[in-house]
Ligand binder design. Structure first.
Ligand code: HEC
Length: 458
């Protein structure tokens, strides 16, 4: 063929082939573990896939990753891993555990290309994780009463309390939960504190309860969380998002001057939601919380509102999901003053299917807050925005959520499906909840420019 081309054209053809080869060779550049895969794995996987964490195996070395390349390829393409239910095309947050399309393509090329290791002399150093705290040296460490997690392969949902008595009323800047066993899957906790004259003994009562058969009332009684006269410690004494833990999540330490709590000297860290994954053997959990004190009264303490279950807004229609139905519910609340939104926490139980929240501005524009297309009960983050979102006064926050009570839902706790109600104070995971917690500050001009990615600046 080439011989039928004129000498001039032949040179041209050869040059063209050469140029084509260069471009196509760079396009399908060999993907190696050392240069391409290790940086992705170390950044997006190792924080959970390392010894002592709840992920079932380490993903650090070439061997770790090559051995499981097929499963890895499958779970990343299905977007099961890394776990990040929020849709990054809708809204963005700090520390997103999410792979870009490009990173996904690189992983696919590497597996198809035969798992090349590359020049091992250039292997990047795996990340180092601090022991004991991810955010600094704590001022005070408060431990749970050691808790025996039975190796019975069952999920376990607990509440626990950690009472504390300080020399005087004070300010807390951050509370960090540190798991004491690899079976701790997630934890939400808040502070309750007491007026000296309203509560004598904060140490009396149960320290840990299984929530299976409990109600909010029974927990408060058995754990001795009420004031001595039987009244609830005032509502303004709760900060729901005071501490929350999920594997791989770093406790948010807001920029200086933002966040933090004033606390009375007598109080309780109330861990109102501890989920232990199915443990394979008996193990003693010795989790603790690190307390970081603030120097002065918080200038801008965070505030919260809660929509839906136990919150300020009704769920429409009422949260009852008949067997074999898929139903959509709405809950909405009007924002009276201008606010700067820091974080959102969507919450549902096992029937959750999808969850969307947005703010409708008075003029009709929409501010997207969060969209979860495939609800996953196991991964419930307090999603913190990269910069605060300004929600103008008069906006309506709207939550639209769908629940699937058919047998197509693999997480349906009932087989065959049964009618499920919203919790009326019960704490069972087989009852349903629909909730959105918003953490915010009263708006100040310039808030939208402040980066919240400052948790390591202590
Ligand atoms: C936030 C913590 C976290 C991050 C980040 C994370 N994983 Fe996981 N991974 C887990 C946990 C926990 C499990 C155990 C199964 C479960 O709980 O769903 C798991 C399970 C897996 C499995 C086994 C799935 C199966 O069905 O057998 C694979 C494979 C996996 N992860 C790969 C990855 C890869 C690859 C990355 C990074 C691109 C990653 N994971 C990032 C926590 C994490």
């Amino acid at each position: 063929m080439i011989s039928s081309i004129s000498p001039y054209n032949r040179w041209f053809f050869i040059a063209w082939c050469f140029a084509f080869c260069i471009t196509s060779c760079t396009q399908t550049k060999t993907v190696t573990f050392t240069e391409d895969i290790a940086p992705i794995i170390h950044d997006k996987c190792t924080k959970c896939h390392r010894p002592g964490q709840p992920a079932p195996f380490s993903l650090i070395s070439y061997k770790d990753v090559a051995k499981r390349s097929k499963t890895i390829r499958e779970v990343v393409n299905k977007r099961i891993m890394p776990p990040w239910p929020a849709d990054p095309a809708y809204s963005n947050f700090l520390d997103e555990h999410h792979l870009s399309e490009e990173q996904l393509a690189i992983i696919n090329l590497w597996v198809e290309g035969g798992l090349l290791i590359g020049d091992t002399a250039k292997l990047p150093v795996p990340p180092v994780f601090a022991a004991g705290s991810m955010i600094g040296k704590p001022d005070l460490v408060l431990k749970i009463k050691p808790f025996l997690v039975k190796g019975d392969h069952a999920d376990r949902f607990m509440v626990m309390k950690i009472p504390f008595e300080l020399p005087s009323d004070t300010f807390i800047r951050a509370i960090e939960f540190v798991p004491g066993s690899k079976w701790v899957h997630h934890v939400n906790g808040r502070i309750i504190f007491y007026d000296d004259d309203k509560k004598k003994d904060i140490f009396a009562g149960e320290y840990a309860l299984d929530t299976k058969e409990e109600t909010r009332e029974s927990v408060f009684k058995k754990m001795n969380l009420l004031n001595d006269d039987g009244s609830y410690p005032g509502n303004d004494h709760y900060i729901h998002s005071a501490t929350n833990y999920l594997p791989g999540v770093i406790t948010t330490l807001y920029p200086e001057g933002i966040g933090g709590f004033f606390v009375k000297r007598k109080g309780i860290i109330y861990l109102n939601d501890i989920h232990y994954g199915p443990a394979m053997e008996d193990v003693l959990d010795t989790s603790y919380v690190n307390i970081f004190f603030g120097k002065e009264r918080p200038k801008r303490p965070v505030q919260e509102i809660q929509l839906g279950t136990l919150g300020i807004s009704d769920i429409v229609p009422e949260l009852v999901i008949p067997a074999d139905t898929i139903m959509t519910f709405v809950t909405r609340a009007k924002i009276l003053g201008d606010i700067s939104l820091l974080s959102v926490n969507p919450h549902m139980h096992l029937l959750g299917k999808s969850f969307t929240a947005y703010a409708l501005k008075p003029g009709g524009d929409t501010i997207p807050l969060i969209r979860i297309k495939a609800w996953d009960f196991r991964w419930q983050y307090f999603y913190t925005y990269r910069k605060m979102l300004h929600i103008p006064a008069g906006s309506t926050i709207e939550v639209v959520a769908t629940m699937d009570n058919t047998s197509n839902n693999p997480n349906n706790p009932h087989d065959p499906p049964q009618q499920v109600h919203g919790t009326n104070g019960s704490m069972k995971t087989t009852d349903e909840m629909l909730q959105l917690i918003l953490t915010f500050l009263p708006f100040q001009p310039g808030d939208e420019e402040i980066s919240l990615a400052s948790h390591l600046q202590r």
